[in-house]
Design a protein around this ligand. Structure first.
Ligand code: RM4
Ligand code: MN
Ligand code: MN
Length: 430
């Protein structure tokens, strides 16, 4: 057990900002009170928010050109959990960890579960990987996996997914996410309809292996790694497949997996309406699947997504139970700082969406008052709810200012010492 950030350090750091926070919080409380909004209720909602972090997100990512590893990167799944603990300790909304297999395949699932639980963490959804070949793998996924033309490759891919579910069972997870890289690079390469049939046949077997109470999430993506056609390219085909599979199958929305300018909040509303929204992989993007920090490029889009989610929550839409996860790749920042910042941005959008005057919004919609409808949303989006977020963290024993506290702790420096990199430019983790 190496260096960790103590509760005392967090409390000490918080003391410096407490007076200003109390003042700002009281002022915001009065402002919101004039609009008939109870600030305490919002703070409760902020405290209840949860988003899972991806185990692979605490290591430095990379592009297909290069990877620039940072100091003190985690070298194995246990060290990754240590970093996940730090994220949660400071922001207090990320106790769930999502594992990618085989990247983070545990030697003993039972021991890993104990290790996580001791750190206040638990395992959220599992993720399979049939978009890469592993060193000891018999058959290659070069030309696809679950939809491959060769039944033996499909079988291997199905077995891998079933193994992920087995590991997940031992870890206490309740959902399995399937993202595949299957597709084609050239016109004519793939028989579009037959490929979907093969994919569905494989998924039916995975679906059949789901334990009671589990859900399976399928994740669409417009392109990449295939550059001409992707098997599950959009929410339409994803919805069709989840319908074909049955009530335990849902469509997962990764914010980076759509063409530029696509109206993602509307896709979210559609999937809610159809009872098939699995949840999210949150991140942000400018061009493609950039995997940038949530809220860093299009914060208004993030707010609009949460506006749909909160509307459904308030309305009590039947079966509405979205799973939230971050899916980011950190290339130039400290991954812990990026994950904390993203988690905070999600809570911000969530709380802002609770500020929307829904009675007024619905009236404007009925009367076709486009201008006032937008104003109603903007009134919520432009409100600075930072004091609510900070107060929620404080009450949950988190940090008022997570990044400042993290930097003051010297955690990264300590880890750089404890985890010397193995060889130049390569730490052996993805
Ligand atoms: C994909 C997709 C998956 C993620 C992999 C690493 O683009 O977002 O969810 O597991 O990347
Ligand atoms: Mn994703
Ligand atoms: Mn992605």
């Amino acid at each position: 057990m190496g260096f960790t950030i103590s509760d005392e350090l967090v409390a000490e750091q918080n003391r410096a900002g407490m007076e200003a926070l109390e003042e700002d919080y009281a002022h915001l409380g009065r402002q919101l009170g004039r609009r008939g909004i109870d600030i305490e209720r919002l703070t409760e909602r902020a405290t209840a928010f949860r988003v899972a972090v991806p185990s692979w997100g605490v290591g430095t990512g990379g592009t297909r050109f290069a990877r620039f590893p940072g100091p003190g990167e985690p070298r194995n799944v246990l060290e990754k959990l240590d970093d996940c603990e730090v994220v949660n300790r400071l922001v207090r909304v990320t106790p769930g960890v999502s594992l990618h297999i085989p990247w983070d395949k545990p030697e003993s699932a039972a021991e890993l579960k104990t290790y996580a639980n001791e750190r206040g963490l638990f395992f959220d959804s599992m993720n399979s990987n049939t978009f890469q070949d592993q060193p000891d793998q018999k058959l290659s996924y070069r030309f696809g996996s679950l939809s491959h033309t060769d039944p033996a490759v499909r079988r291997q891919a199905v077995e891998h997914n079933v193994e992920c579910i087995e590991i997940g069972k031992a870890l206490g997870a309740r959902a399995h996410t399937v993202w595949i890289g299957d597709g084609g690079n050239f016109p004519g390469q793939v028989h579009f309809r037959r490929a979907v049939d093969r994919y569905l046949e494989s998924l039916r077997q995975i679906y059949g292996a789901l334990p009671d109470g589990w859900r399976v999430f399928i994740e669409h993506k417009l392109f990449e790694p295939a550059f001409y056609s992707t098997l599950l390219n959009d929410w339409g085909i994803s919805y069709y497949c989840t319908q074909e599979l049955g009530p335990k199958a849902f469509s997962l929305v990764d914010l980076g997996h759509h063409a530029p300018n696509v109206n993602i909040e509307m896709i979210v509303a559609r999937l809610i309406q159809l009872g098939k929204l699995a949840g999210f992989h949150f991140n942000d993007s400018k061009y493609g699947d950039d995997d940038l920090d949530a809220g860093s490029i299009k914060p208004f889009q993030l707010f609009l997504v949460f506006n749909e989610l909160v509307e459904a929550e308030i309305e009590g839409v039947a079966g509405f139970e979205p799973a939230y996860m971050l899916d980011q790749s950190h290339n130039v920042t400290d991954p812990i700082e990026s994950l904390m910042t993203s988690a905070v941005e999600l809570v911000r959008a969530f709380v802002q969406a609770h500020l929307v005057n829904r009675v007024a919004l619905h009236e404007h919609q009925e009367r076709n008052d486009a201008l006032m409808a937008l104003q109603t949303l903007k009134e919520a989006f432009t409100a600075d709810v930072s004091p609510i977020l900070a107060m929620a963290r404080h009450r949950a024993s988190g940090a008022l200012d997570p990044v400042t506290t993290y930097r003051a702790s010297g955690y990264r420096k300590e880890k750089a010492r404890e985890r010397p990199t193995r060889g130049e430019g390569g730490t052996g983790i993805v």
